[in-house]
Write a protein that binds this ligand. Structure first.
Ligand SMILES: Cc1cc2nc3c(=O)[nH]c(=O)nc-3n(C[C@H](O)[C@H](O)[C@H](O)COP(=O)(O)O)c2cc1C
Length: 369
């Protein structure tokens, strides 16, 4: 019998017991020494919450908006590849769980469920499509067109992955997508066979990315993308003020601060540390989202105080899926709702708008006061 599961960490512990070794390795690992992976969490703990009292918190709402769409909670599901390795219902389960809690689900380009299936299985969920740009622009244009035709609300263009980072665990495990799964967004025989033909000398997902993703991508390509779609474009993976500004100039609608769950460059800043720099740079001209290491309501509260419009979660949903499919994924989102509601109530915030910048302070700064 499973022990009572009352936190994202409880789910993580259970999922680590359930998942096959090489799949767990793929889901949990970060790049190289995993310093940024640990820092993503550590850095959140370096912020303290400054609660305010006697502010009537008897009626509370966690609702907010993202790109003009109403959501019931200020956090959503980040794109993670190949979710059917965690549970047979994979992306469908995650998308439905997001819809049930009233938030956004982001489908990865390299998902094990197609754009069309997600539109069918989660018609009422706010769906975002994460895009990788392929050397063959026809492949990219086709994905964009299908995302539009299937009611996805935005393109989340991941800019931090011209190649995949070096994840030692995957190399050791010779990680490969088990043969009974497929990258479901690729339809033509050509597209399907490319993955099959890639040798699995190291980690074959890395070989796939090397063979197919376009590492020559530059800011002009963002402009190209704005020309072939009417959907808003969100740049995911921004970590500096400079790139946030270039992104806006190139036509992006919003910026998503992320270090890809610390899977690309080990040694980049933890997301929560990069967030204030980006928020300051865009200066209210666009929405800013963040992901990386968030696993408690208090974590989300801190990111909102630092100016994030939405917080996204990657691995926590994989742990939820692994433990209980849609129910497990929903439970993760529900635990976060309870925890965020609690910290809001106990810190004097009846609405998300009440979570202001002065409600968090860096640990070091606090000590100097
Ligand atoms: C197993 C795994 C697969 C991922 N796949 C993708 C992907 O396909 N596209 C993408 O833009 N980001 C991908 N990411 C990054 C996530 O979108 C997100 O940035 C990250 O997981 C957030 O950190 P967290 O896992 O600590 O919440 C992946 C992350 C993990 C852990």
């Amino acid at each position: 019998m499973k022990p009572p599961m009352v936190s994202v960490d409880d789910y993580a512990v259970e999922a680590h017991k359930i998942l096959p070794h090489s799949i767990l390795g793929y889901y949990k690992s970060g790049a190289l020494q995993e310093i940024t992976l640990h820092e993503n969490k550590e850095a959140i703990n370096r912020w303290y919450i400054r609660p305010r009292f006697l502010r009537d918190v008897s009626k509370r709402s966690l609702a907010t908006t993202i790109l003009g769409h109403n959501v019931d909670v200020p956090y959503g599901v980040a794109p993670t590849a190949m979710q059917k390795m965690a549970h047979p219902d994979g992306e469908n389960a995650n998308a439905r769980a997001a819809g049930k809690i009233g938030t956004a689900f982001t489908l990865s380009t390299i998902a094990t469920t197609s754009i069309e299936e997600i539109a069918k299985s989660a018609p009422d969920t706010l769906r975002l499509f994460q895009l990788y740009i392929y050397k063959d622009r026809e492949v990219t244009a086709n994905l964009v067109q299908r995302a539009e035709a299937n009611g996805f609300a935005a393109l989340i263009l991941t800019v931090d992955a011209p190649y995949f980072g070096i994840r030692r665990e995957d190399i050791k495990n010779k990680f490969t997508l088990p043969p009974y799964f497929r990258l479901a967004n690729f339809q033509t025989d050509d597209e399907k066979s490319t993955l099959a033909n890639i040798s699995s000398g190291g980690s074959n997902i890395n070989e796939y990315v090397k063979a197919l993703f376009d590492p020559s991508l530059s800011w002009e390509d963002i402009t190209w993308l704005t020309r072939i779609t009417k959907l808003p474009i969100v740049l995911k993976g921004i970590l500096t003020a400079e790139d946030a500004i270039l992104g806006l100039e190139a036509g992006a609608t919003a910026i998503w601060v992320s270090n890809h769950g610390a899977r690309q460059v080990d040694g980049v800043p933890p997301s929560i540390e990069a967030l204030p720099e980006v928020v300051k740079a865009v200066n209210g001209r666009c929405e800013v989202y963040v992901d990386g290491g968030f696993s408690q309501g208090t974590d989300i509260f801190k990111a909102l105080a630092l100016g994030a419009q939405m917080v996204f979660l990657g691995r926590p949903l994989l742990w939820g899926l692994a433990c209980g499919g849609e129910e497990g994924a929903y439970d993760i989102l529900d635990i976060l709702q309870t925890e965020l509601d609690s910290v809001m109530a106990l810190s004097g915030c009846a609405t998300v708008k009440d979570i202001t910048r002065d409600m968090v302070i860096r640990k070091e700064k606090y000590a100097r006061l």
